[in-house]
Ligand binder design. Structure first.
Ligand SMILES: [Zn+2]
Ligand SMILES: [Zn+2]
Length: 149
């Protein structure tokens, strides 16, 4: 597990390499991402977290920065299954369990899934580079709730 300090150092180095200035706001957005990393936060979650320190920051600023971070490979977007994009601070290949009820996203690390054979004929000469397996269903908490209606 990387330390928060190391992650922050990497973030700063990455911004600099991309010619992006490391503002207090950008750092706050990154810190909010890391603090909420476990839940694969939406832009909305990041927004509420950053606003505690920067009450005047706009949602649009958060959103634009997240898009920039994504372009730089600092975060990855979990496939937008449920309209609202969710961000993942773990950019290494891994897989997800997604609860269709409460939209909880849980990381799955499984070498077998990493080693899935890519389709040999991916249409039109498409070259597969990586993949994420998403298992959708109901988490333990949601199963009784759904069963009893
Ligand atoms: Zn659930
Ligand atoms: Zn993840």
């Amino acid at each position: 597990m990387k330390t928060a300090q190391k992650q922050q150092d990497e973030f700063i180095a990455r911004c600099r390499r991309a010619g992006l200035s490391v503002t207090h706001q950008r750092l706050a957005i990154f810190e909010a991402m890391m603090a909420n990393g476990d839940v694969h936060p939406s832009a909305e979650v990041i927004y509420h977290s950053v606003r505690e320190r920067y009450p005047t920051i706009s949602f649009n600023t958060i959103y634009k920065n997240l898009e920039t971070f994504e372009a730089l490979g600092i975060v990855v977007k979990v496939n937008p299954l449920y309209n609202e994009a969710r961000y993942d601070v773990d950019v290494k290949p891994h897989h997800h369990l997604i609860c269709r009820q409460c939209k909880t996203i849980v990381d799955v690390y499984d070498k077998k899934l990493d080693a899935l054979p890519a389709p040999e004929e991916a249409g039109g000469g498409f070259h597969v580079e990586n993949w994420t397996v998403q298992f959708t269903g109901l988490c333990a908490e949601c199963q009784p709730a759904v069963a009893t209606g």
